[in-house]
Write a protein that binds this ligand. Sequence first.
Ligand code: SF4
Ligand code: SF4
Length: 316
Amino acid sequence: MHNIPLGKTNLLINPLVFGTLPLGPLQSNLSVDKGGRLIRYAVERGLNLIDTAELYGTFATIRAGLADCTEKVYIASKTHAADAATARKHVEKALRELGREHLDIVHVHAARLADPFVDRADVFAELLMMQAQGLIGHVGLSTHYISAVRKSVEFPEIAVIHPLINQVGRGLLDGSAQEMAAAIAAAAAAGKGVYAMKALAGGNLIPSARQAIGYVRDLPGVHALALGMLSEAEIDANLAFMQGEAVSSATWDSLEQRRRHLQIMKPFCTGCGSCVEVCTEDGLRLVAGKAEVDDETCVLCGYCAAACPEFIIRVV
Ligand code: SF4
Ligand code: SF4
């Protein structure tokens, strides 16, 4: 597969980005060794952008996967910090734990902020300072908001956008898939690099994965898409699909039969409600003092898992 320019950044990337959220403790919790081997396999197959975040807990896995790697592999991370000092700490921790002197992209992880340019202005400023200091290649924005993608066009210093989009618009917080698609096209036309997330709506569209991935792949302005992958077969199938190559229907049939859901270990739930507060999808409620998920609305983003003080929520 030919690598393509990510907007006006200097990065030439494979259009299939390795999303590491499912490898880590919020989801499948693979061992560092097992997750690292999957990353290594993906890199050997030509993937060259690995997407992570402070919240994902996957720095050690990525480091293991890229140990002794001679290929040029880019890393994008994200900070959910609410202030400049914490953002700097997040970047420094990522550099330390990844064993790198430079991160290629750092996003403001603002999935649920309608106007991160106001609410996280100090964080953007700090990341831009770290870019000037050579610690960051490009500053980006990761968002579930159409309005934030639209507004990004006013900020040329934001080089990369990592927006949520899928064909049913699941997880979008302020409009439809068509509206997000238009905002993405405008951002790309303004020079932003765009790699999309949640093409499979956190796993909910797995039964029609080819159609769902194809929808996002073919949107104007989408340069690449990040997918979480948990097996070599999945990496091979997605890579082939992105390249327009045939994959046996038996392989796809088996991949599309997987099911994922949110698991809450109820006996240990204290009913504190922290998970309910962070969910923007109305996916959780407290019933008789225990958290309960609504599978119809949950997009399997895993944010409730990060918020649970008892560590009893997981996407499995
Ligand atoms: S219930 Fe949890 S995983 Fe599902 S959408 Fe809400 S925060 Fe995300
Ligand atoms: S955050 Fe954890 S302990 Fe608190 S209500 Fe949710 S599942 Fe229960």
